[in-house]
Design a protein around this ligand. Structure first.
Ligand code: HEC
Ligand code: HEC
Ligand code: HEC
Ligand code: HEC
Length: 188
């Protein structure tokens, strides 16, 4: 009888410990994800603007992704807005969710990202506060555990789909080639 109760007790202890550990895990997890903040393309520019390593910043700036907010003020956009009862497309969630880094990747803090950045580095690569340090950046596996995203077709399809009022057929290969910014110093 006595043995049985003690077994019961230690089982209870184990479940309690389990619950405490799970809670601790969730708590630490929330701290880590809370540290994942957007820092803005200007920060990425510090290291990713050299022609010898691919000038990712310059290539992005010249791409239409960097113009995505501006596009929302174009005559075409304003015309669509007027016909659909949207007062200001540059302030409209329905448009910003694809034309900006609009909290797509689960990090709630916008941090240093500018509203004008459009579809920015961190829209595709994830919020950079945790992976931006040089030692982490040089180690792809580590950078990924810190939130760096290596974007694939699925990521593009989050925006290049028919929810876009101006949808055009999306072909991953041709579209990816148009925005490619590889590092020529890297042998793949
Ligand atoms: C302090 C310098 C520094 C900063 C700041 C920095 N990076 Fe990097 N990054 C590097 C270095 C060094 C590498 C490794 C060489 C390479 O792959 O170009 C790298 C690699 C990368 C890679 C390639 C990973 C791979 O191997 O496929 C991506 C993507 C990337 N950085 C994105 C960003 C983004 C987005 C930002 C801004 C949020 C940023 N980096 C900020 C230095 C930096
Ligand atoms: C957050 C939403 C979003 C994501 C994710 C996204 N895009 Fe885009 N993309 C846009 C928007 C918005 C435009 C239009 C920008 C403009 O014209 O102002 C665009 C435009 C483009 C264009 C230019 C089209 C043209 O004919 O001028 C290319 C190419 C492109 N995207 C490729 C890609 C690829 C490849 C991926 C995935 C690696 C991707 N995009 C991911 C929102 C996104
Ligand atoms: C589901 C994502 C998504 C949503 C939502 C979205 N867009 Fe876009 N938008 C895009 C993409 C992607 C492109 C580029 C399409 C391409 O070239 O393949 C684009 C292109 C455009 C263009 C350029 C069209 C052209 O042919 O020159 C305008 C203007 C525009 N969007 C306005 C808006 C407005 C206004 C809203 C809100 C009512 C909106 N978009 C909502 C993703 C979206
Ligand atoms: C529309 C999405 C998108 C945006 C915006 C974007 N990238 Fe990328 N990036 C990609 C894709 C796709 C790849 C290729 C991933 C792969 O290797 O399969 C890539 C690769 C890279 C690489 C690795 C290059 C190599 O050859 O190893 C670096 C570094 C990088 N991006 C930095 C940046 C920086 C910095 C910015 C902003 C200035 C930026 N990216 C903006 C989608 C994007």
């Amino acid at each position: 009888m006595y043995k049985n109760t003690s077994n019961q007790n230690s089982k209870n202890m184990i479940t309690k410990k389990g619950i405490i550990l799970i809670c601790l895990g969730l708590f630490l997890g929330s701290i880590i994800s809370a540290q994942n903040k957007y820092i803005g393309a200007d920060k990425c520019k510090l290291c990713h603007n050299k022609p010898t390593t691919g000038d990712q910043y310059g290539k992005w700036l010249a791409s239409s992704h960097a113009q995505a907010i501006k596009t929302l003020s174009s005559p075409k956009s304003l015309d669509y807005a007027k016909k659909n009862g949207i007062a200001d497309p540059t302030k409209e969630t329905k448009c910003l969710k694809c034309h900006s880094t609009y909290d797509r990747v689960g990090a709630t803090l916008r941090g240093g990202i500018l509203a004008t950045e459009g579809v920015s580095c961190e829209t595709c690569h994830g919020p950079g506060s945790t992976y931006k340090s040089p030692s982490v950046m040089k180690n792809l596996a580590q950078a990924k555990t810190m939130g760096l995203i290596v974007p694939d077709k699925q990521l593009c399809l989050q925006c290049h789909n028919k929810d876009n009022p101006f949808f055009k057929e999306f072909n991953f290969e041709t579209y990816a080639a148009k925005i490619a910014h590889p590092n020529p110093a890297k042998k793949n």
